[in-house]
Write a protein that binds this ligand. Structure first.
Ligand code: SF4
Ligand code: SF4
Length: 429
């Protein structure tokens, strides 16, 4: 569809443009229509067109575009934009305006129950874990997937991750440290999936950090708020942001590293918190906190680069085994998969990294019935060709959504980086 360039803005369009600017924090006029965002989008959407409509004052029309509602927030376009424009923020602003009725009539392009469940995943996962294995059994019943599609709009071929009967936090409270902590304290960020679905990732991270000489404690954080942001629950996300900034600011001031395993959660501290927390004082605290909140691969790699990584890997276990690493989109926004690649090679693997963009899952996007086809096309375009080039390689990915996607569309069973590294540590005598 060609965007008209001579259209006359509607009355009130300047106010609506200002509203988009206030909600998104973006100057849409910085966009010079180069088209790189659209060329980059793994879902074949057209963020350039959305920006153009808003530039023209056609805010309601921008809110009607398919891209505005189907954007998966993978942020590939953010990384690609040479002018520092952030199209997903603009589209989020448009969705907020459309659903609140600011653009004339209320849109109903969202699945309200599904959005609420996804936004509040930290609560549903806690209940699911407390009720496991009954909750897992219920989800595996014949017909459960069809009911889930009809009631929640979750595609029937998708399977939700199983709930762990023993949460990671419960395991952590009873575990015996694997080291003497002589290098000082580290706080481990507890994400929802690590806690209630994949505690093995938390166990592996704990062992790596403790064997590297650190005294590990849980950070005492609440959910980062990313699922709420992705579904437009900004007030709830702001409350999570304020709680996390208040709880973790002290550690940041004392220079205690806060280390996490899930890129999306940590990106929220870097990208969203300063503008979300609401007061000048908290904004400054959020900005001071963000650089102290790091992914575990970046943390361990910084030690490796300084020649201070006290981890002994058993090359008889890794022994040149092929590993292919895929970088999570959110990781690429504020960090880099290169850190993980260096660690895998240091551990003795024959490791390489895919040059692929989004896997197609993008949080809950690929679970949603109406997005399933786009999600499948995205993985076919990017990740699957890379994996086919490495048919024997173990697949390593830090993001939970990428692992779910690869698990769903292939017979490969990806590991988190911390599991791959922990598995080849030298045995303790
Ligand atoms: S990449 Fe940036 S400048 Fe280019 S069209 Fe997209 S938003 Fe505009
Ligand atoms: S954030 Fe990702 S899905 Fe959304 S428009 Fe940008 S590239 Fe496409």
């Amino acid at each position: 569809m060609t965007v008209p360039t001579t259209a006359i803005p509607r009355p009130g369009s300047e106010q609506l443009q200002s509203r988009v600017r206030d909600l998104s924090g973006q100057n849409v006029f910085a966009c010079y229509q180069c088209g790189r965002c659209t060329a980059t989008c793994p879902f074949s959407l057209n963020p350039q067109q959305v920006l153009r409509r808003v530039q023209l004052g056609q805010v309601a029309e921008a809110a009607e575009l398919e891209t505005t509602w189907r954007c998966a927030s993978c942020f590939s376009c953010v990384v690609a934009c040479p002018k520092g424009v952030d199209p997903p923020r603009v589209m989020q602003a448009l969705r907020i305006m459309a659903t609140s009725g600011e653009l004339g009539r209320k849109h109903s392009k969202t699945h309200r129950l599904r959005s609420r469940l996804i936004a509040m995943n930290h609560r549903t996962a806690k209940i699911g874990s407390a009720l496991a294995p009954a909750s897992n059994w219920a989800l595996s019943l014949p017909g459960a997937a069809v009911v889930s599609e009809l009631v929640l709009g979750i595609h029937r071929s998708r399977r939700m991750p199983e709930f762990a009967r023993t949460s990671f936090a419960a395991w952590f409270s009873l575990h015996a440290p694997a080291g003497d902590g002589h290098r000082g304290p580290v706080l481990l960020f507890l994400d929802t999936y690590m806690d209630y679905n994949f505690p093995a990732i938390g166990m592996a991270a704990t062992e790596l950090l403790e064997r590297a000489g650190f005294a590990v404690s849980l950070a005492g954080n609440v959910c980062c708020g990313r699922p709420m942001i992705s579904k437009g629950f900004l007030a709830e996300a702001a409350e999570q942001a304020r709680l996390n900034v208040e709880r973790l600011a002290g550690a940041a001031t004392e220079n205690v590293p806060i280390v996490g395993c899930e890129p999306s959660c940590l990106l929220t501290f870097h990208r969203e918190y300063p503008s979300l927390v609401g007061t000048e004082e908290l904004r400054k605290a959020a900005e001071a906190l963000a650089p102290k909140v790091v992914l575990i691969d970046a943390f361990l790699d910084s030690l490796l680069q300084a020649g201070e990584l006290e981890l002994a890997f058993d090359r008889a276990k890794s022994g040149g085994r092929p590993v292919i690493l895929h970088g999570h989109c959110h990781q690429k926004v504020f960090s880099s998969p290169a850190a993980g690649l260096r660690l895998l090679r240091e551990a003795g693997f024959d490791a390489d990294v895919t040059n692929a963009s989004c896997c197609g899952m993008a949080g809950s996007f690929g679970y949603e019935k109406e997005n399933y086809e786009l999600s499948e096309k995205a993985i076919e375009r990017g990740v699957l060709p890379a994996l086919r080039e490495w048919p024997e390689a173990e697949v390593v990915v830090m993001g939970v959504s990428c692992r779910q996607q690869i698990d769903h569309f292939t017979d490969r069973r990806p590991k988190h980086l911390v599991e791959a590294l922990r598995d080849v540590l030298m045995d303790v005598p």
